[in-house]
Ligand binder design. Sequence first.
Ligand code: TYM
Length: 332
Amino acid sequence: MTRIFSGVKPTGHLTLGNYLGAVRRWVTVDQHRAEALFCVVDLHALTIDHDPARVLRLSRQAATVLLAAGLDPEVCTLFVQSHVDEHTRLAYLMECTATDGEMRRMIQYKEKTASERQRDRGVRLSLLTYPALMAADILAYQADEVPVGDDQTQHVELARDLAVRFNQRYGHTFIVPRAVNPPVAARVMDLQDPTAKMGKSVGATPGIVYLLDEPDAIRKKVMRAVTDSGTEVAYEPEERPGVANLLDILAVCTGDRPEELAGGYDSYGALKKDAAEAVVELLRPLRTRHAELCADPGYVDGVLRAGAERARAMARPTVDAAYRAIGLMPAL
Ligand code: TYM
């Protein structure tokens, strides 16, 4: 059976970008067609300047939101990364497999170092080695597929390269995984700056729709989305990124193709109104279920406890095999 692994980083409240680019397909497709593991990757949240209490709160919130979105612990495994030591054990072996040049070439590293430097906080070494930990997340579970938004594809490709290299050097140990992007909305853009990704770590701005936003807040944000000075609605991501972004968002909600949807509108206002209502309706059940789950924290704890146990049992044999293959003496 195909094995799937993916994760979210608790560095901010989950956004519409996370949902359309990744979570929605985990819920509707992936968990039903494969043996699927989904992880709140809290160790990754420590790679940039962080507030411990906030990371803790956001980790629990991310797990709750994923359940509210429809992950079913009866059919998939949901857990928190730091609960399973195998991730950090294997990350070190990945650091011994990767080169520093490979790490420095990562787009996310370049972007994040620039923003951390701007804030004059120094760049944590773990930001550089981030992809080694991410490769360990994936390879520890022998995942075949990694469903992610467009921005994570480069990291998954590096995980692939590391798996191939490790296997060649030390004998076949890992399945070589591949990234899978959604057909539409693999990169949801910021509503106020449609040339930038809608990212949860940038702080609250009117360009970001959070999954737990009130319906009226969502309407306001979508209605105020930056488009361009034209009037004709056409799907041209390069020339009209703002309009294309709204069409992508609406297309995922309705199941249509963005190019076809464009023909049905003669004004930006009408498109925004429909996109706003579609997003409100898409997220309504999630909000309701989230409120229910918040009233039952014991349930969420139980899911995470059982998830970590299952994940540990799955990862341990592979990580032990990797330790042996690379030349480490088994514990006596
Ligand atoms: P993270 O937490 O930034 O994002 C979680 C998922 O949401 C997708 N995503 C988007 N998709 C479309 N448009 C957007 N604007 C948008 N923003 C985010 C991301 O592509 C991702 O699929 N490094 C990862 C977490 C991670 C991971 C892993 C993922 C750690 N280990 C192993 C897969 C496998 C990250 O920071 O995702």
